[in-house]
Design a protein around this ligand. Structure first.
Ligand code: UN1
Length: 498
């Protein structure tokens, strides 16, 4: 089956129920081998216009379909994804590089989201409440917004797509989806699954291409009323500025500078496990990856020792191979950025404890691999402690107290995820209150969000919206207040109340 897709060679947009032949394409590279896997269309504003036209038409009908019936399609999507889990996971590893075990985890995240959002078809709760006048009824209901635009990243090409598209669909919207050009295969596969599950044509339209072409055309299209974007801070804030001008709803998730706090009473072996997994898993290319360790000075040396020991067991290479724990970096730009920050860290005076190099030689030929890297004795004002690197690089920052640890965690522009290792229950509760991030873990690393909870962050990470969880429905619905007067006479609110 994996072969089938790869034999397709050139992917196609899916607009109004049809696959369309692309005019221009670019290569999709397996980052572990350097081989071209398929080609992805580079679409234009015209393609977006066509997709929006189709989506507008389809959405009218779709919104009239009862939500539990819309949800039946998501149950079927979940069932098919489950059946194809292994196939999807292998393709995901090929296009994104993450190791197979993690790819399976990501596909599972999508399956979970399908069943969770399908359940929402029989909820989508609003509120009924009392009216202030006799013989009058009041309620609030969620209504779909119309055509929504989804711009999804390469690092979780299927999970994040499901966080956005499933709530949009169950709520009765139609979707224009621009997947990242690095990872179009997951989009192609999910689109095929939508079709097989019976989604009416035009409800989801996939338009492949670059942000500057397709993304901009989506943001600028007056009939796309919502943009949901996961990606870089710079692009996100440009999108928000434009959407603000057009009074368009926008939901943003733009990365993090996530820290694990290790207190002096922590189980250090467990903390080291949490750090190694959340810093070097997915080669550090998660928005939630741990890139700072804020450690109590009394346990710093012991923790360093444990982290270094555990890192030795991480085998780096092609994620399709059995014993590999760390896969490649997505592309040359990603690699250049990581190398730039290694140099910055050295220049700033942080001490390089391990790693710091791109891997070369026969074993790594064709791919882009970087050693898991640890800096220590970093300070919070250094750029390596402040800026997102998006690679397997972590910096240890020693602190003297719990208060300083919290303060250090919060002294960055981002606010996605944080974690604390401690056995002190008072510190646990204070930390969950005071760590200024959208996600907080206790005695676990900074990754591992589950789909039925809200995903997103404070400060520079986002703009107050959340992906996944029931909260995602707020992005794709309008609240409508409905008053039904059954008194048979004119009753004026606030006036005829006595
Ligand atoms: C992301 O990195 O953008 O919590 C998503 C996690 C995953 C999702 C990460 N469940 O790390």
């Amino acid at each position: 089956m994996t072969k089938d897709v790869l034999e397709q060679k050139v992917l196609k947009n899916h607009i109004n129920g049809e696959w369309s032949e692309p005019k221009e394409v670019s290569d999709v590279i397996n980052p572990a081998t350097g081989e071209t896997i398929v080609q992805v269309p580079l679409s234009t504003k015209d393609d977006v216009d066509q997709a929006v036209k189709a989506a507008k038409k389809a959405q009218k009908e779709w919104a009239l379909e009862p939500a539990p019936m819309r949800a039946e399609i998501l149950y079927e999507v979940g069932r098919i994804m489950k059946e194809r889990k292994e196939h999807l996971s292998e393709l995901l590893t090929m296009e994104n590089g993450k190791v197979l075990e993690e790819a399976r985890g990501e596909v599972q995240e999508g399956i979970d989201m399908a069943f969770y959002m399908a359940g929402e078809g029989r909820r989508l709760f609003g509120q009924t409440t009392n009216a202030e006048l006799k013989d009058k009824f009041a309620m609030s209901v969620r209504s779909p917004i119309g055509v929504v635009g989804l711009i999804t990243p390469w690092n979780f090409p299927i999970a994040i797509a499901t966080w956005k598209s499933f709530p949009a669909i169950v709520a009765g919207n139609a979707v224009i989806w621009k997947p990242a050009t690095e990872t179009p295969i997951m989009a192609n596969e999910l689109m095929k699954i939508f079709i097989e599950a019976g989604l009416p044509e035009g409800v989801v339209n996939v338009v492949f291409g670059r942000g500057g072409d397709v993304g901009d055309a989506m943001v600028n299209h007056k009939d796309i009323r919502v943009i949901s974007f996961t990606g870089s801070g710079e692009t996100g804030s440009n999108i928000a500025a434009e959407c603000g001008r057009q009074l368009k709803k926008v939901s943003l998730e733009m990365g993090g500078k996530n820290a694990v706090v290790v207190m002096d009473d922590a189980d250090l072996d467990l903390a080291a496990d949490g750090i190694v997994w959340s810093a070097f898993g997915t080669s550090g290319q998660r928005c939630t990856a741990c890139s700072r360790v804020i450690v109590h000075e009394d346990v710093k040396e012991e923790l360093e020792k444990l982290v270094l020991e555990k890192m030795k067991e991480l085998k780096i290479g092609d994620g399709l191979k059995d014993d590999i724990k760390v896969g490649p970096i997505i592309n040359q730009a990603g690699m250049d950025k990581i190398k730039k920050y290694i140099q910055i860290g050295k220049d700033e005076g942080a001490k390089l404890l391990a790693g710091g190099n791109e891997l070369s030689g026969k074993e790594y030929e064709g791919g882009l691999f970087f050693e898991p890297t640890v800096f220590t004795d970093a300070t919070i004002d250094m750029r390596i402690s402040q800026e997102e690197i998006f690679g397997p690089v972590v910096s240890l920052i020693p602190v003297k107290s719990f208060e300083e640890a919290i303060e250090t965690n919060n002294s960055v522009e981002y606010g996605l995820s944080s974690s604390i290792f401690t056995r002190d229950v008072n510190q646990v509760y204070k930390a969950q209150r005071d760590l200024d991030t959208g996600i907080v873990y206790v005695n676990a690393g900074t990754t591992g969000a589950e789909i039925h909870l809200p995903f997103g962050g404070t400060k520079g990470t986002g703009n107050g919206h959340r992906d996944s969880g029931v909260q995602a429905l707020d992005v794709y619905t309008e609240w409508k207040a409905v008053y039904v007067d059954y008194s048979g006479k004119l009753q004026r609110a606030q006036i005829d109340v006595d």
